[in-house]
Design a protein around this ligand. Structure first.
Ligand code: HAM
Length: 420
């Protein structure tokens, strides 16, 4: 073992689990692509001010969790803790909002938060996100939610629940906020939580401690404070979800960890994960563009947690199709002439779209067959002097153990046939 370890709160993705990770990321990206979302990639770091402004000065992410550093040139940069602020910045920078709306974009990458690490909560984690910018149509909220539900369904997850709420807008939220603050000030809370009442009272609703939760039973809920426009919008989203056959639970206590949300907010939770149960979340952020100096651009989106979704699959014992397999074929040469011939056949197989690997290093039959087994291959192609003089190789099915000679010039077509 080396002296060095991956930093606290991070982990290495290695085979075979890395294949599941890739399959999850691909399933999440595929639903977005199928719905016309184009791929966007933004830098892994941005001006610190973008996140302060975008994610919000009162959020935990900005106050406690950002990886911020000063460059040699004296600029303050921050490793991105989330993707939405960067995507809005990019849309405005490239005037995408001046074209057809909504602008539909998806992304996939690493994000960084200095959180207290535990199972499912890392300092370096992966998200796939989708954002629809520039439309105030409840059907767009519903499309976005349906896409996430579809990604989880495609992966074979069953124990996923969708929690839905609305956070109102700049008209009704301040009234609710004031009512909540008044209620919270009457409770028996520690100093830190009291400070939160002034800065971000909605986050107090998210406190997990039983002694705090017990006091929150009668807390005012946003639903009672919504203005007519927000109420109507939310009812429309709810009824469209029902028409679309998407099961959801109203959760009037659902608050999100980022300050930009307005109206629709949602979270996908998985019941097999314990404390870090959110496998994805999102909502509307109608004011974010203006917050960043742009024009009004009502928008909605989500980000799904790739790492937590992999944990959810493990919790349910679901194997993602295609993720557990090794190569299709493993070539085992016995002797120098066979080494050259099989190495050439491996190239041919690969060119024909069959994945293939080779027993390098002149291993004996036993060692090479062990390597073939370990590779997870479906077939082994074995050849020695005697096979070569008969112009054949031995094709062994590594599941059944059955072995048949195949003429060398028919190997590629035979394997392709078997695999299809
Ligand atoms: P978020 O809820 O902060 O939202 O993150 C989305 C998902 O990323 C979470 O549900 C979780 O699965 C995963 N995640 C977050 N933090 C961690 C962590 N420390 N370790 C492992 N997984 C984590 C956002 O980031 C918003 N940008 C979503 C959005 C897009 N809203 C509108 N558009």
């Amino acid at each position: 073992m080396s002296t060095y370890q991956a930093p606290k709160g991070t982990f290495d993705l290695i085979p075979p689990k890395s294949a599941t990770f890739l399959a999850v990321r691909e399933a999440m990206s595929a639903v977005a692509r199928r719905a016309g979302y184009g791929y966007v990639e933004t830098p892994a770091f941005e001006d610190t001010a973008l996140f302060k402004r975008g994610v919000g000065e009162s959020s935990d992410i900005v106050t406690k969790e950002m990886y911020t550093f000063t460059t040699r040139g004296g600029d303050s940069l921050t490793l991105r803790p989330e993707g939405t602020a960067s995507v809005v910045r990019a849309v405005l920078q490239h005037n995408l909002d001046k074209g057809a709306l909504p602008v539909k974009l998806y992304y996939s990458g690493s994000y960084f938060r200095y959180e207290r690490p535990q199972k499912g909560r890392y300092r370096h984690f992966s998200q796939v996100g989708a954002e629809a910018l520039g439309s105030e149509d409840p059907l767009v909220d519903v499309e976005i939610i349906m896409l996430a539900a579809e990604a989880f369904r495609d992966l074979g997850l069953r124990q996923v629940r969708l929690l839905l709420n609305t956070l109102g807008d700049s008209e009704c939220r301040p009234v609710y906020r004031a009512a909540l603050q008044q209620f919270l000030r009457g409770l028996d809370l520690d100093e830190d939580t009291r400070a939160r009442i002034d800065i971000n009272p909605l986050r107090v609703l998210d406190d997990k401690r039983p002694e705090v939760r017990a006091q929150l039973t009668d807390a005012p809920v946003i639903a009672d404070y919504l203005c007519d426009a927000c109420k109507a919008y939310h009812e429309e989203v709810r009824s469209l979800l029902s028409i679309g056959g998407v099961a959801f639970e109203d959760d009037p206590r659902l608050v999100r960890g980022l300050d930009y949300y307005t109206r629709t907010t949602f979270e996908f939770v998985h019941d097999g994960l314990g404390a870090q149960s959110a496998i994805g979340g999102g909502g509307r952020y109608d004011g974010l563009s203006q917050e960043l100096g742009g024009p009004p651009l009502p928008s909605v989106g989500w980000a799904l947690g790739v790492d937590r979704t992999v944990l959810a699959l493990e919790a349910e014992g679901v194997a993602v199709p295609g993720s557990g397999r090794g190569v299709d074929v493993f070539a085992v040469p016995l002797g120098e002439a066979a080494r050259h011939l099989l190495f050439g056949l491996v190239q041919k197989l690969r060119r024909a779209g069959v994945s293939a690997d080779f027993a390098f290093g002149g291993k004996g039959l036993k060692g090479a067959m062990k390597a073939a087994d370990r590779s997870g291959a479906r077939y082994a192609v074995v050849a020695g002097e005697r096979d070569l003089s008969a112009d054949v190789v031995q094709l062994k099915d590594l599941e059944s153990g059955e072995q048949v000679p195949v003429p060398i010039d028919r190997l590629v077509s035979t394997i392709k046939e078997k695999l299809s």
